[in-house]
Design a protein around this ligand. Structure first.
Ligand code: NAD
Length: 297
């Protein structure tokens, strides 16, 4: 029997623990505040931001919602970031990606105060993570570490194979799994679009993390028997239903469950964890900046 890893349930437990931390902060007169900045009229980005706002409200984090006209200049966005950096009542600053083409994404990430960079994408925070001294772990790989711990997967000595090398999932995931730490110590392979014979690499995996953004790229024949499969992919594919589409992962669920010992579903696996870990980083930022110790889940 393959265990279905319920990310919704694990995320709910994390949110509950964070609420206790938020109470501790409130007792010390501190109220975590996250500012989200949206410079896009893409409906998916709008949805992501509104979900983040709702998540904050649910646990008692104040959420500031800033929208900038996608036609506005890059300097308008920089000015907004500068103001949020300087605003002592703001603990976390998140600019929803992607930004319009005329805005330099890397310049945006560099502009955010690293102490408020709750996405963990500022080069200083990336460097600290690589050096084994993470301030903020990026939300998706951090959430995956929590899921692996929840299922009791021993990462030490395991063969971990990651499919995808993005800055937000693949690379930080690899950097976390190779750390000399209780939730690291894995022998880690990173595959990408130029990898030769992908199946030969994925079949080595005790822990397979699929983050390629290619619908059902990995099927059961590409898995080792007993592998733990974490499916990060969220792909819209045409479907004969009311919406006209359905969401599928990067893993072919049906054939994968014939081999895997545990697997995350799509939706309801990694996605809720990513959202919960943003709240975690916001509480952590508040605790660090205000000097109030909080027990984090
Ligand atoms: P990305 O497009 O930035 O990167 C995809 C990576 O996959 C690239 O490094 C590429 O080299 C690799 N790749 C592409 N095709 C491949 C192939 N055929 N074989 C091997 N490697 C291949 O994507 P991303 O931002 O990391 O997101 C990946 C997927 O995860 C997307 O479906 C995205 O929607 C989803 N995602 C989900 C969450 C979540 O919370 N569940 C968070 C972030 C991203």
């Amino acid at each position: 029997m393959t265990k279905i890893i319920d990310g919704t349930e694990v995320a709910a437990a994390i949110r509950e623990d964070l609420s206790a931390g938020i109470d501790t902060l409130a007792e010390a007169g501190e109220h975590p505040t996250l500012a989200t900045v949206l410079m896009s009229d893409d409906p998916a980005s709008e949805t992501y931001v509104s979900m983040k706002q709702d998540d904050c409200e649910e646990v008692g984090i104040e959420a500031i919602d800033i929208e900038i006209d996608p036609e506005a200049s890059a300097s308008e966005l920089y000015g907004t970031i500068d103001e949020l950096n300087a605003d002592e009542s703001v603990d976390g600053v998140l600019v929803q990606m992607p930004v319009p083409d005329h805005v330099d994404k890397r310049a945006v990430l560099r502009r955010i105060d690293p102490a408020k960079d709750v996405d963990g994408f500022h080069p200083e925070n990336v460097g600290r993570l690589v050096a084994g001294d993470a301030r903020f772990k990026p939300c998706t790989p951090h959430g995956i570490q929590k899921l692996l711990a929840h299922v009791g997967v021993e990462t030490a000595g395991a063969e971990a194979v990651i499919v995808g090398r993005s800055e937000i999932v693949g690379k930080p995931m690899a950097n976390l799994l190779i750390q000399r730490s209780p939730d690291g110590n894995a022998t880690t392979t990173v595959c990408h679009s130029q990898t030769a014979d992908l199946a030969a690499k994925t079949r080595r995996a005790d822990i397979l993390i699929a983050a390629a953004g290619v619908p059902e790229l990995i099927d059961g024949s590409m898995l080792r028997s007993g592998a733990v499969v974490i499916d990060v992919g969220i792909n819209r594919v045409d479907a004969n239903n009311e919406k006209g589409y359905e969401l599928v992962g990067d893993v072919e669920f049906e054939t994968a469950t014939e081999k895997a010992s545990a697997i995350t579903p799509v939706p309801g696996g990694v996605g809720p964890m990513t959202r919960a870990m943003l709240l975690y980083n916001t509480v952590k930022a508040t605790s660090q900046e205000r000097g109030v110790a909080v027990e984090l889940p």
